[in-house]
Design a protein around this ligand. Structure first.
Ligand SMILES: Nc1ncnc2c1ncn2[C@@H]1O[C@H](COP(=O)(O)OP(=O)(O)OP(=O)(O)O)[C@@H](O)[C@H]1O
Length: 667
């Protein structure tokens, strides 16, 4: 009986894997032979066991999270070593190789090209850590000692760029079940370089902060770090000022007895100082944050007379007074904003009592709108303090760190947006490396057998496509002048979208939901509340009150914000805003040379040096690593556009015409 193809492949795999002692030496997975999920996984595991955390996978770098500090790996000496080597590609795989290649690419011998470093991976895989490493690298190597004149400015800029991290993390990161320091917003940082390749400034673009966390923390998770930092790091006077005595419980601060290394108030305050936020501004910020915490302790009870507004719980009165004081608003007005709604009927205004649940929705809405406004103000402040004049910089290196793919027991609009962002990045990767490269080979008449890959176009069409998609239907639902009915909306989704193979429904589920087959796995989205979240309405009474705030920072935040809806409902929904901002990001990414780093989470429990094969393989499969290796191994390591090639090498034989050069090239 002859051996089948599968038998011989199994035999090859067996032979390859038998040489166990060699497996950890494969610096580049393109050298693995044969390339299969099993050989790739075993190599990565062997390297992880040997404490080697970075491995090339052709055009991508795979970074395995050690879940413990490895100080020698990121020291100044190591940075210098990678920066000074003549052939970085020949050094051991490291995130600094990616950083250095991008840095050298900008310089290029031809036109300098902007670069993007795209760091992806699931929550807790190490994206934020990696982005920090990249920023430290540039803050070090791009501040060469040859700069004498502007030493102070350059030093200040590096410090500011680095200080922007702890500050944004304090306000935008939180402890979740999957990661103690999970980014609850996305960011793209552009490091601005002058013509001598020196770091002269930076700017940051943020994406969709998960503001619901301020008022709702899933079981076992926490609110944003900054609140816990205030609770654990403030002086006695500050606690007195904020009316936060020891032992004080705040409803929006669950798990406040868990202390994390992220609870570093001093570092956050230090960073504020370095960025130029003076003590008065800091005081106003902390008063606003204290005001939010006090808001969370306000409770209502139904009035005995149905026609009357709800009453404040007796014990809430003090919290309302405190919140009003810190937010610089009149306590009576604050109370009335929660309990009474103003309806406009022509030129007349009618007052209507809010139901008990409406009072709470309004209280939560106020906290969310204030926190989101404060975060936005902070980002603008950081940008103003780091951004260089446009005439002083010529190129940039962008570092992208967006929230990782998420799948919980209950998923709603937040997860849909997060996973949509990950789909967009995956599509960029697919179209840049897996599709475009192969199409180019074929169009140039090169011998090439097409490597199949998982294209996520169908899933993206489902989410954002036109005319019918989850987003378009959701927008339509959110714009209706009535509360959305989850069951009806589910039927509408099914009627319109069931032809798309990326959507399905669990017929036995009681809850209205839909399931999307994302590139990284299936996720069930709960429909209840989704349209309302997408609308994100802010009652006009709340905004009008904030406009008059005596807290000058809060006053500034809301008077500057002209886009704030003052008529109750914003026409711009959450998903349309998010889609637009991601489209702009994609335009930037397409105009730069991308470098991909895939962070892998070796185990779900964040245990040091623990490699769970079944968890890693899912992540490798999801990001198409095997296909990437195949294409990189079979393709060309260097691909220069023809025009650039001619420009660069023409000098070797100037008499050659472009036509002749072309013949030489393709022969
Ligand atoms: N290279 C590394 N060396 C040591 N520890 C690391 C490294 N990378 C990540 N970690 C550890 O893993 C934790 C999670 O990493 P990180 O916060 O960067 O994940 P993430 O991918 O940004 O997650 P999220 O999407 O939730 O923001 C870090 O807090 C750190 O403790």
């Amino acid at each position: 009986m002859g051996t089948s193809l599968n038998d011989s492949l199994d035999e090859d795999i067996r032979l390859f894997l038998i040489d166990e002692k060699q497996l950890h030496t494969y610096d580049d997975l393109t050298k693995v032979n044969p390339v299969t999920p099993s050989t790739v996984l075993t190599c990565l595991q062997a390297r992880y066991d040997a404490k080697v955390f970075y491995t090339h996978a052709g055009c991508t770098l795979v970074a395995l999270n050690p879940f413990q500090p490895i100080p020698y790996l990121y020291s100044l000496d190591v940075m210098k070593e990678y920066h000074c080597t003549s052939q970085p590609q020949e050094s051991k795989p490291h995130i600094f190789i990616v950083a250095e290649e991008a840095y050298r690419n900008v310089k290029g011998q031809l036109e300098p090209v902007n670069q993007s470093l795209v760091v992806s991976g699931e929550s807790g895989a190490g994206k934020t850590w990696t982005s920090r490493c990249l920023m430290k690298y540039y803050a070090t190597v791009a501040a060469s000692s040859s700069v004498v004149k502007k030493q102070n400015t350059v030093e200040r800029i590096e410090r500011r760029v680095l200080d922007s991290n702890p500050l944004m993390e304090a306000f935008g990161n939180a402890c979740t079940l999957r990661n103690n320091n999970s980014s609850r917003f996305g960011k793209y940082i552009q490091l601005q370089l002058d013509s001598r390749q020196l770091l002269v400034g930076a700017s940051v673009q943020t994406y969709l902060l998960e503001k619901t966390r301020v008022v709702f923390q899933p079981t076992g998770e926490r609110n944003f770090h900054i609140f816990y930092q205030m609770m654990s790091g403030a002086t006695t006077e500050q606690r007195k000022e904020w009316k936060m005595p020891n032992g004080q419980c705040f409803a929006w601060l669950p798990n406040s007895n868990t202390h994390l290394e992220e609870d570093c108030f001093e570092e956050t305050v230090g960073a504020m100082g370095h960025l130029g936020i003076n003590t008065e501004r800091q005081r106003e910020m902390f008063r606003i944050l204290a005001g939010i915490l006090h808001l969370g302790n306000i409770e209502f009870c139904s009035s005995s007379d149905d026609s009357q507004p709800c009453d404040l719980e007796e014990k809430s009165k003090e919290y309302l007074q405190n919140a009003a004081e810190f937010l610089g608003v009149v306590a009576l007005e604050l109370e009335s904003c929660f309990r009474v709604r103003t309806l406009k009927a022509g030129k007349q205004s009618v007052l209507k009592p809010c139901s008990l649940s409406d009072c709470l929705v309004r209280r939560d809405c106020l906290a969310k709108v204030i926190y989101a406004g404060l975060f936005e103000w902070l980002v603008t402040y950081i940008n103003n303090s780091m951004c260089a004049e446009s005439s002083t910089w010529s190129n940039f290196i962008g570092v992208l760190d967006v929230y990782g793919f998420e799948c919980f027991q209950l998923n709603n609009l937040e997860q849909l947006c997060i996973n949509y962002a990950n789909e967009k990045l995956q599509q960029h990767f697919v179209s840049h490396y897996l599709k475009a490269q192969q199409e180019e080979y074929i169009s140039e008449g090169l011998e090439w057998s097409f490597v199949k890959y998982q294209d996520n176009r169908g899933c993206l069409d489902l989410i954002e496509g036109s005319p019918m998609s989850v987003f378009s239907l959701l927008n339509e639902e959110s714009r209706l002048n009535r509360t959305s009915d989850a069951r009806l909306f589910r039927v509408r989704l099914e009627n319109e979208l069931s032809k798309n193979r990326s959507i399905s429904w669990d017929r036995f589920s009681q809850e209205p939901h839909f399931t999307v087959a994302h590139y990284a796995g299936k996720v069930n989205y709960q429909i209840e509340g989704m349209a309302e979240k997408n609308k994100d309405p802010v009652p006009s009474e709340l905004i009008n009150m904030l406009h008059k705030s005596k807290n000058s920072l809060l006053h500034q935040v809301f008077s500057e914000d002209e886009e704030q809806p003052t008529k109750g409902l914003s026409k711009v929904t959450v998903v349309s805003k998010f889609k637009n901002s991601l489209e702009n990001l994609m335009k930037i990414l397409h105009s730069t040379t991308p470098h991909y780093t895939r962070c892998i989470k070796p185990n779900q429990d964040c245990k040091p040096l623990t490699f769970k094969r079944e968890e890693v393989i899912l992540q490798l499969e999801a990001c198409g690593i095997v296909e990437t290796i195949h294409i990189s191994a079979a393709g060309f390591p260097v691909r220069i556009p023809f025009e650039s090639f001619i420009q660069r090498y023409r000098m070797i034989k100037p008499t050659l015409t472009i036509g002749i050069l072309w013949c030489i090239l393709v022969s």
